[in-house]
Design a protein around this ligand. Structure first.
Ligand code: B1M
Length: 210
């Protein structure tokens, strides 16, 4: 699709207005919000990620791309939420301490809301208390953690170990996700499940709540 190709370029160049416009045009053409999210926005961000890794793009450029992506996500969020049924569970989600990546976490939060979950977003850089205190205060069913760095993913174990120490581990379903994680890591730290992407997070949450 030519427009999607154009949107990949616009995202790469951090052109927020163009991304917003592209999302609106795809909606007018009858695209499903979820397809726009995954094919146009996440697809484009993958290209950005690869060039960031390879030293072709740098932090300021990636921030602009992230900002453009957020512009597009802002339009899709209410549309994804619309399809939601009555609340089927409550989730507290946040990016772990030392980590400021939030696009993937925001995506998971959006998709969970769209699927009928109530989501309390803790934002980025969360110490263990944030998860535990908020989950208790909100009587949440699920604690979700996101980490995008190999240096911050071990912190997920700190949170789970602290829950164990306090005797509250089994009061919650614990889901973890983020690009550097895998199934094995999720098991090793004692999470209930590792979620490869936002769609898997929704499916996993649903099945573990049932
Ligand atoms: Co950062 N960064 N970054 N970065 N960044 C990565 C992660 C990196 C892989 C890039 C690279 O080198 N290829 C690399 C990590 C290397 C490693 O640890 N192995 C990296 C680095 C090194 C860094 C810095 C250290 C760079 C520096 O300063 N030298 C620095 C760290 C700052 C910090 O956190 N302390 C840094 C900074 C940044 C920006 C600020 C510039 C920006 C973040 C902006 C923002 O988030 N607001 C940024 C970005 C954008 C990226 C890349 C390019 C894209 C991440 C992203 O948003 N992906 C990334 C490269 C890449 O991943 N390709 C990179 C799109 C998003 C939809 O995917 O987050 O994977 P993802 O989420 C998915 C799934 O993983 C899953 O579902 C999501 C949707 O499907 N998921 C969950 C995620 N969280 C979940 C939680 C769940 C369930 C599923 O809970 C239940």
């Amino acid at each position: 699709d030519e427009l999607v190709e154009q949107m990949f370029d616009d995202l790469y160049d951090g052109m927020k207005d163009e991304i917003v416009e592209g999302v609106n045009i795809l909606l007018e053409r009858g695209w499903q919000p979820y397809d726009i999210l995954t094919k146009a926005l996440v697809g484009g961000m993958t290209v950005v990620g690869n060039d960031f890794r390879d030293g072709i793009l740098f932090v300021p450029e990636v921030l602009l791309a992230a900002n453009a992506m957020k512009g597009g996500m802002g339009i899709l969020k209410p549309l994804l939420a619309e399809t939601g049924a009555p609340t089927i569970g409550k989730m507290v989600i946040g990016t772990v301490k030392g980590d400021i990546h939030d696009i993937g976490k925001n995506l998971v939060a959006m998709m969970m809301e769209g699927a009928g979950f109530e989501v309390i977003d803790l934002g980025i850089n969360n110490p263990v208390e944030n998860y535990i205190d908020k989950a208790a205060a909100e009587k949440a069913d699920i604690i979700g953690m996101s980490a995008l760095l190999t240096t911050t993913m071990p912190y997920m174990k700190v949170v789970i170990d602290t829950m164990k120490e306090q005797g509250i581990r089994d009061d919650y379903v614990v889901l973890v996700g983020g690009a550097p994680l895998n199934e094995e890591f999720g098991k090793a730290i004692g999470a209930d499940a590792y979620c490869r992407d936002a769609a898997v997070a929704v499916e996993t949450a649903k099945s573990l709540m049932a």
